[in-house]
Design a protein around this ligand. Structure first.
Ligand SMILES: Cc1cc2nc3c(=O)[nH]c(=O)nc-3n(C[C@H](O)[C@H](O)[C@H](O)COP(=O)(O)OP(=O)(O)OC[C@H]3O[C@@H](n4cnc5c(N)ncnc54)[C@H](O)[C@@H]3O)c2cc1C
Ligand SMILES: *[C@@H]1O[C@H](CO)[C@@H](O)[C@H](O)[C@H]1NC(C)=O
Ligand SMILES: *[C@@H]1O[C@H](CO)[C@@H](O)[C@H](O)[C@H]1NC(C)=O
Ligand SMILES: *[C@@H]1O[C@H](CO)[C@@H](O)[C@H](O)[C@H]1NC(C)=O
Ligand SMILES: *[C@@H]1O[C@H](CO)[C@@H](O)[C@H](O)[C@H]1NC(C)=O
Length: 520
């Protein structure tokens, strides 16, 4: 029902827009033309130009990396804040007509800020979906339609209001936007049992390169495959809404956190963890964070402490988990507990404002063969100085190994032991060069120990050091794109590029790491 009414709305609006073009004088500078075209299609108060008093605050509203709030950052000419689908369609149609590219922003968490800034000097507009954020849960069917502008916290909260037995497998940080997260995969504590957020998408509505609003049926199997993890930052269009499969969770989940310093055997335990964690039953997820030479093992178990303890005793006794470590709670309570701390309330996951926005740099790896203990000792030694960063390791296996590499564009499946995220933070007090150097040195040091040919990386931990698009003629080069694209997508990169060549042959949806149209 929802689709049917939206479709007819879409058609109606598209028709309206066509008449709007006819009235646009071709000699008007492209950006003025864009503004005029859009003003005819949506309320003016939803359009911000650089001269608008609130332009800066609207732009800053979801910036999560202070590196891209600096004066040198290439900003959009316009920000469009649609309140319905027809406004998004108008942005694409007017943008194509007047040579203004659009970048779409949902939650703004992109590590390289590609949803709201450009590396190159170019005229672009941001379509900010923050106003399009409804969540409609169907408890009987165990599904939900969630708009891209919703945060993960808003999605999780709405699910818990509808049912205490349902959940959704996605990332940990509640302010992440659904739009970008599902476009790149998306994982958190439920990864081993239920896979990626993108693996649990059943349908979607997309504004395509022609400005048309399409669902799974109309976009066809290739585009529907591509947007579930191969979005590459809006390469195929703007996803407005996702139908997701909700997953069952027990009434009680159990969390534990164990800290081990190097003196307490952290090196040996991490070496062991690499073999143990990816091979455990699907109900348990043990992630490790390495910072300042302390390994922090944090776990969520889908069950009670009584059931967890014998499992840990038999599979990972070295960690020394006992009853005093267990924190039993509901799944929804675990969301604020894990990310915001033990005193946070469930309602806090609805807060879209974060207390601080640091400067940051990150990158990622995949490990397929356990790293030797002496190498771990060397890795630990790289965490001694104050400017040294952190390393987060998330185990795969279970459901992740059961899906083929081609199931979605995300290729890191069977054979992967774990994902590594390297990260470093700093404040305005420094220029970040020492922190960035630490990260790049760490990445260089790890090369012999991680996946190869290609060296895998996770697109949601975006890193422009891995490579950037090169424009040849009027489109981004497929050959140049392979450098970064095969790291993120492996053998799926070619199918993504072939899909792009059909869905967006003129390469309208383009950025530093968008999918290039395939060419020989
Ligand atoms: C603090 C923090 C914690 C994180 N934790 C996790 C985690 O636990 N697990 C995990 O998997 N990842 C995690 N991430 C990474 C996160 O999943 C990605 O940054 C994700 O892309 C963010 O989505 P967004 O909508 O907030 O970002 P945006 O910056 O809005 O978008 C990211 C990219 O997707 C594109 N895009 C956005 N919306 C749409 C849309 N509707 N249609 C098409 N393209 C779109 C944008 O153009 C951009 O290229 C974390 C990031 C941060 C900053
Ligand atoms: C969407 O916005 C347009 C123009 O701003 C308006 O005409 C239309 O009625 C709106 N549609 C819905 C469903 O709100
Ligand atoms: C549980 O583990 C903690 C920390 O390792 C330890 O201090 C405590 O003695 C243990 N308790 C029991 C009952 O074994
Ligand atoms: C949301 O979080 C911010 C930052 O921590 C805080 O200042 C603000 O009071 C919070 N808002 C609500 C409604 O809790
Ligand atoms: C690029 O686009 C322009 C104008 O749209 C066209 O004239 C030109 O032939 C195109 N170039 C290539 C290499 O496709």
């Amino acid at each position: 029902m929802v689709m049917a009414s939206r479709r007819s709305l879409a058609l109606g609006l598209l028709f309206g827009l066509l008449s709007c073009y006819a009235s646009v004088v071709p000699s008007v500078a492209s950006s003025d033309g864009f503004l005029q075209c859009l003003s005819a299609a949506m309320p003016k108060q939803l359009l911000y130009t650089k001269g608008s008093p609130s332009f800066t605050s609207v732009l800053a509203s979801s910036i999560r990396n202070a590196k891209f709030s600096t004066p040198g950052t290439v900003r959009p000419l316009f920000i469009v804040t649609p309140t319905n689908a027809s406004h998004v369609q108008a942005a694409v149609v007017c943008g194509r007509r007047h040579d203004v590219r659009v970048r779409v922003r949902s939650g703004g968490h992109d590590y390289e800020g590609l949803s709201y800034r450009s590396e190159r000097r170019e005229a672009f507009a941001v379509v900010d979906l923050a106003n399009l954020r409804s969540v409609r849960v169907d408890r009987e069917a165990a599904t939900a339609w969630v708009d891209s502008g919703a945060t993960l916290g808003e999605l999780f909260y709405a699910i818990s209001q509808a049912s205490k037995q349902l959940a959704f497998p996605a990332g940990l940080c509640p302010t992440i936007g659904v739009g970008g997260h599902l476009s790149g995969g998306g994982f958190g504590m439920l990864l081993r049992k239920y896979g990626l957020a993108a693996d649990n998408v059943l349908d979607a509505t997309l504004v395509d390169a022609n400005g048309e609003l399409v669902d799974k049926q109309v976009m066809g199997p290739d585009v529907f495959w591509a947007i579930r993890g191969g979005g590459g930052g809006g390469s195929f269009g703007i996803v407005l809404s996702w139908k997701v499969k909700l997953v069952p969770v027990p009434p009680t989940v159990t969390l534990f956190t164990v800290l081990k310093s190097a003196d307490e055997g952290a090196v040996r335990m991490l070496t062991r963890w690499q073999q143990v964690a990816p091979a455990l039953p699907e109900d348990i997820f043990i992630t490790v964070r390495l910072h300042k030479q302390v390994a922090r093992f944090q776990s969520m178990y889908l069950g009670t402490c009584d059931a967890l303890l014998p499992l840990m005793g038999s599979r990972f006794p070295e960690l020394g988990v006992n009853r005093t470590h267990c924190k039993e709670m509901t799944w929804i309570q675990s969301v604020p507990y894990i990310y915001l701390g033990p005193t946070a309330a469930v309602e806090d996951i609805l807060n879209r404002t974060t207390s601080s926005t640091p400067y940051s740099k990150a990158t990622s790896d995949y490990v397929r063969q356990a790293i030797a203990e002496d190498v771990w000792a060397e890795i630990f030694a790289r965490f001694a100085k104050p400017e040294d960063g952190l390393m987060i390791m998330d185990p795969y296996g279970a459901k992740m190994s059961s899906l083929p590499e081609t199931a979605t564009p995300f290729p890191h499946r069977g054979g992967v032991l774990y994902n590594i995220q390297y990260m470093n933070f700093w404040s305005a007090a420094t220029d970040g060069s020492a922190q960035t150097r630490w990260l790049r040195d760490m990445y260089a040091f790890m090369e012999p120990h991680v996946s190869k040919n290609p060296r895998g990386a996770y697109v949601n931990y975006r890193d422009l050091d891995l490579g950037q698009n090169v424009v040849v003629g009027n489109v981004t080069s497929y050959q140049a794109g392979r450098v970064w694209g095969e790291k993120y997508y492996g053998g799926n990169f070619q199918r993504l590029a072939m899909t792009k060549a059909i869905a967006d042959p003129t390469d309208y949806f383009r950025n530093e790491q968008s999918i290039p149209p395939f060419s020989e």
